[in-house]
Design a protein. Structure first.
Length: 238
């Protein structure tokens, strides 16, 4: 092979690598765009919220549909009526990869910025993990706020909050989701580990394994996963 041919091959190779990198980068959307895609394309702007099964449409929750119309105090009602994008695996859990803190999370302290916001700007992998539609589901706004980044548990303890007919409990140190969502949650958790290196405590991981067995994948869950893949081009394949 002459020198000219080697140069041409090298240029083509670099071009292919560059194109692949651009394609990968283009897949990473903002959180705002991810939410719009979740609401309008994955759920067609209507459906039921993750934990309480409340009807929602165009980002507004019908609390009457799930028996929560009189549950929330006045100061929480505005957010309760709002449908929000819930991260099943909290954004804060993604700040570590294989138990190692992301550099962006460390750097955020120096500039006194939120690690979550800073990492979305400076770490492409974190941004993709944060905005991956596999991990985003519509939820009652106030329930999303109450859950925050609490881990999943089998039994809620200390300052336990119940939600009327909604089959969840949130304590000071954990959330107990509905039984028919436990397997869905576990499989999302496994996906986040495989795709982004998110790790869990031994107790949390064992619980996910247990839930995966107790609540096998349903046709509804499978159809949802297929819609996510259609919308963003990748996702949880089962």
């Amino acid at each position: 092979m002459n020198r000219s041919m080697k140069i041409i091959i090298a240029i083509v190779s670099l071009s292919l690598i560059s194109t692949a990198s651009i394609a990968a980068t283009n897949k990473v959307v903002s959180f705002s765009t991810a939410k719009k895609k979740m609401y309008s394309k994955v759920f067609d702007n209507t459906g039921k919220t993750l934990y309480c099964g409340c009807n929602w449409s165009t980002r507004k929750t019908d609390l009457n549909s799930c028996g929560l119309q009189s549950f929330f105090p006045k100061k929480q009602r505005k957010r309760a009526l709002r449908t929000e994008a819930e991260h099943i695996i909290p954004a804060s859990w993604m700040l570590k990869v294989n138990n190692k803190t992301r550099q962006c999370a460390t750097d955020s302290k120096a500039v006194k910025d939120s690690a979550r916001k800073y990492c979305q700007k400076h770490d492409l992998d974190y941004k993709q993990a944060h905005n991956d539609l596999v991990n985003l589901y519509p939820a009652v706004g106030q329930v999303n706020a109450d859950r925050s980044n609490k881990p999943f548990v089998d039994v809620a303890k200390n300052k336990v909050k119940t939600y009327g007919k909604c089959d969840i409990e949130i304590g000071s140190r954990g959330i107990v989701p509905p039984s028919n969502k436990k397997g869905d949650i576990a499989r999302v958790a496994f996906y986040m580990t495989k795709t982004y290196g998110v790790t869990y405590s031994k107790r949390q991981l064992e619980l996910f394994k247990q839930w995966n067995k107790q609540d096998p994948i349903s046709a509804q869950e499978r159809a949802h996963n297929e819609r996510v893949i259609q919308v963003q081009g990748f996702g949880l394949q089962q």
